[in-house]
Design a protein around this ligand. Structure first.
Ligand code: AMO
Length: 428
């Protein structure tokens, strides 16, 4: 078992230890060969002074190539020149796996490559700093989201991803053959999280969403990570408060804990010390009417760009959407059923989350299903769940992949997913 990681190097001063990792770089001068050894925690310099080592070791060193996996037994000593302040003087080197050259991608990133090529070779392009640190950040971010919710008494749930009927509209569904019957991949955990909120009150799930999105944009995938919350006895205003507090906590904490990773990516922390604006849909349309938008129109990305010119690179909500633009499960305002108790959360021109209050009475749900031309029978279980008394509840779904994309300043969502799936990509 690997016992020491490169990050531990300072604690190993003047001792011999086994280091395992990848050959990141080899530089040779007449008297010295420098091997930069990389592991998941950092890089260390291995210094091989030709005059001080046996021929056997020098021969092994001469056979090393970029990305070979090796074990180096060596003594850690202080160094004036090595970046970490320490270097390793090798006593023994073992090649554990040879990398076949030419490599599909240059790991150092010095030789650029087009995104499709980078994604085709994900098994190695993830070793590049720009991706390696992106997914380390994702891990810290998700941990902080979880920490926040656990500290607030939420229950983490896992809902089925193979389902009988769609909740977010029929067009974007992946059909699967389920033992001879038609089934679909879940577009979201919507009705399941609602049923769970009717039991555990405050629930969340972090899981894949599946959308048969044919659009080839920089922001849409067929599979992505999403994060869902549902709370009984919360209004949509309460949920917006929760979402704002949660994002401020999780992002700020991630900046603290993953500062080193953000630094490696050359990214500065966003200042979140402001109240997220809550604009109504009416206000948004009012702002967009010169550009030809009218009440009842969706607010596509282009329109969000126009709004973000006013608001800046900030988070903001758009709330109270027309009923015709929201899914059937969204609750309408009692005094004006044309409008729903719903919201989107955007950052600049990018929609990050959407949510709202839900219908919790079966007769209302049945009426809305009919209005949306959906087959009431398909939602039988959901109707039964409302019939045993479902508390008023609200929640949201947040695209973690989009949030990560934004936090790591990626231009394309494919870069913020380990193994992206889109209309053209099923491999790797
Ligand atoms: P919605 O369909 O808006 O809401 O999805 C929630 C969030 O998921 C992200 N998202 C996407 N990310 C990448 N590729 C896509 N194709 C894609 N589609 C959506 C967005 C979006 O805001 N059930 C509701 C949520 C709720 O009301 O609780 C839902 O699915 O960031």
């Amino acid at each position: 078992m690997k016992k020491y990681y490169i990050k531990d190097i300072a604690s190993l001063e003047n001792t011999s230890a086994d280091f395992y990792g990848w050959v990141h770089e080899i530089r040779e001068t007449k008297p010295i060969i420098f091997i930069i050894l990389r592991d998941s925690t950092g890089k260390a310099q291995v210094t091989v002074k030709k005059s001080e080592h046996k021929q056997e070791l020098l021969e092994k060193v001469s056979k090393l190539h970029h990305e070979d996996v090796i074990r180096i037994r060596g003594k850690v000593i202080r160094s004036q020149i090595a970046k970490l302040g320490y270097e390793i003087i090798p006593e023994d080197i073992e090649i554990l796996a040879k990398a076949k050259h030419p490599l599909p991608i240059d790991v150092s990133g010095k030789i650029d490559a087009e995104l499709p090529k980078i994604l085709d070779a994900r098994y190695i392009s993830l070793r590049r700093e720009e991706y390696f640190y992106t997914f380390k950040i994702q891990s810290v971010l998700v941990k902080n989201i979880r920490d926040f919710l656990y500290s607030r008494g939420f229950v983490e749930i896992f809902t089925p991803k193979i389902i009988r009927f769609a909740t977010e509209g029929g067009a974007e569904l992946f059909k699967v053959d389920y033992f001879g019957k038609d089934a679909y991949l879940a577009q979201s955990p919507q009705i399941y999280k609602e049923m769970c909120a009717g039991v555990f009150e405050k629930v969340f799930e972090i899981a894949q969403y599946y959308r048969a999105e044919k659009s080839r944009t920089n922001y849409h995938l067929a599979e992505f990570i999403s994060f869902d919350v549902e709370c009984a006895f919360y209004s949509y205003e309460d949920i917006m408060d929760l979402l704002e507090e949660l994002l401020k906590y999780a992002i700020n904490r991630t900046y603290e804990e993953a500062k080193e990773y953000f630094d490696k990516l050359g990214l500065n922390a966003l200042d979140l010390n402001y109240k997220f604006e809550r604009m109504s849909y009416d206000e948004a349309i009012d702002h967009l009417k010169d550009k030809g938008y009218k009440w009842g129109d969706d607010i596509p990305q282009l329109a969000l760009s126009l709004l973000s010119e006013k608001i800046g690179q900030r988070f903001y909500f758009i709330k109270d959407w027309p009923s015709s633009l929201r899914p059937f499960y969204t609750k309408e305002h009692e005094n004006d059923p044309r409008i729903t108790r719903s919201f989107d959360l955007n950052f600049g021109f990018l929609e990050i989350a959407s949510g709202g209050e839900r219908v919790n009475k079966s007769e209302v749900l049945i009426e809305k299903l009919k209005r949306n031309n959906l087959n009431v029978e398909n939602f039988d279980i959901f109707i039964k769940a409302l019939d045993v008394a479902s508390p008023p509840h609200a929640g949201f779904g947040l695209g973690i992949s989009r949030l990560l994309m934004m936090l790591t300043a990626k231009k394309n969502i494919r870069e913020a997913v380990l193994f992206p799936r889109d209309v053209d990509r099923l491999v790797p």
